[in-house]
Design a protein around this ligand. Structure first.
Ligand SMILES: [Mn+2]
Length: 383
């Protein structure tokens, strides 16, 4: 009797970062992403679609947009649900593509936890996503990682000192309500930087950040001023002013780290690949990480670590020409045939033009809209 061939495909897409359609939302590739998801329907064997963290940008999503955007610090389940509603409205084509993808019973979606979608830890949010996708059996929230036949997928923020989630204390109590226990830096981002992101929405899409800031002194000064200001207030003022508010308690071990970062203007994420390898607890052949928004491959004799890059709208700054080169979107396509895994890193074609840095900083909002137009995305909030 001939052995039956067992095949399953695993598609990994990370750091999509769908937000609320406002100027703090950096995802505009609805058209490309939904096309890609729908193309998976052609496959006759089962497909696991693994969304490797930061699928949603709850962190930079306001909880309401009228009469103006509002970014609360206390994330109750109601706040998370209000944000999810905005994200759903702003990115309907992607949700519809997920739903259609799930219409085949053999297909599954896994939402892995990232640091921008910490809100997925709220059970009500998981239930609401299942409801929005019209499916309660093929939608999964496995937590930090996905594992299957030698393949290991994790977002990677747990290896990033500044964005680690404290799993010993996932929730805080505030005024009798349960709220998400964000890392100190995430609370800081919400309170100190969202208004700035609205004012300079394009800058944060450009890499590398340190060299960029040397070309934009005004913003560099503001970033440093805000960081130092928030930091000082967090040490000497907030703990007293808001003594009953646990989101203002100050983690002293951050002091040295942040001081170092301010001095070196180091606000990019840590080298999580190295930290991951040092911890060396996972021995799978194919490891996919996210969080770093750039393509990176680390190969050894026994295994490969792949960072496919993000799906947000991002650019590489060319210092010589001062051009902004759009980064391409990528996913990892793994086929598992009789427990043997093979991977492909696939570039998804999105046609975009090159912007000029000096033009962009003259009118960032105009270029945000221009980029969206090139990808056929209609923003929810223009004003
Ligand atoms: Mn991340």
């Amino acid at each position: 009797m001939a052995a039956e061939i067992k095949r399953k495909d695993v598609i990994i897409i990370g750091d999509i970062e769908m937000g609320g359609g406002t100027f703090t939302d950096d995802f505009i590739s609805d058209k490309a992403l939904s096309e890609l998801i729908l193309s998976l329907l052609k496959r006759s064997h089962p497909v696991d679609l693994v969304l490797n963290g930061d699928t949603f940008d709850f962190l930079k999503c306001p909880s309401r947009i009228h009469p103006e955007t509002f970014f609360p610090r206390h994330i109750t389940k109601e706040v998370s649900l209000a944000k999810l509603k905005l994200i759903y409205t702003a990115h309907l084509p992607v949700f519809k593509a997920f739903t259609t993808f799930l219409s085949k019973r053999k297909n599954h979606i896994y939402f892995i936890l990232g640091n921008h979608d910490h809100d997925l830890l709220q059970e009500e949010v998981q239930e609401e996503i299942k409801r929005l996708l019209g499916n309660h059996t093929q939608v999964h929230f496995p937590g930090l990682f996905y594992e299957e036949s030698g393949v290991y997928v994790e977002h990677g923020h747990q290896y990033d000192f500044l964005f680690q989630i404290n799993f010993e204390k996932l929730f805080l109590k505030h005024k009798g309500e349960s709220i998400l226990n964000f890392p100190f830096v995430s609370f800081g981002l919400i309170s100190a930087f969202m208004r700035m992101k609205e004012q300079y929405p394009f800058l944060e899409r450009i890499s590398p950040r340190p060299s960029l800031l040397t070309h934009h002194r005004v913003v560099a000064r503001k970033v440093n001023f805000k960081t130092i200001g928030y930091f000082l207030k967090s040490m000497v003022f907030y703990p007293f002013r808001f003594y009953s508010d646990p989101t203002y308690s100050f983690p002293t071990n951050l002091l040295r780290e942040l001081y170092h970062r301010i001095r070196t203007i180091h606000f990019d994420v840590d080298n999580i690949t190295t930290i991951f390898m040092k911890q060396n607890r996972i021995h799978n052949e194919i490891v996919i990480l996210g969080h770093l928004h750039e393509k990176r491959i680390a190969k050894s004799r026994k295994r490969i670590i792949i960072h496919p890059g993000s799906w947000r709208d991002e650019y590489d700054f060319q210092p010589k020409t001062r051009e902004l080169i759009p980064r391409s979107k990528r996913y990892v396509d793994i086929s598992i045939i009789n427990d043997k895994s093979e991977y492909k890193i696939v570039d998804y074609p999105v046609r975009r033009s090159i912007f000029h840095f000096d033009e962009v900083i003259k009118d960032e909002k105009k270029h945000i809209l221009l980029a969206a137009k090139e990808e056929g995305y209609k923003r929810l909030v223009v004003g």
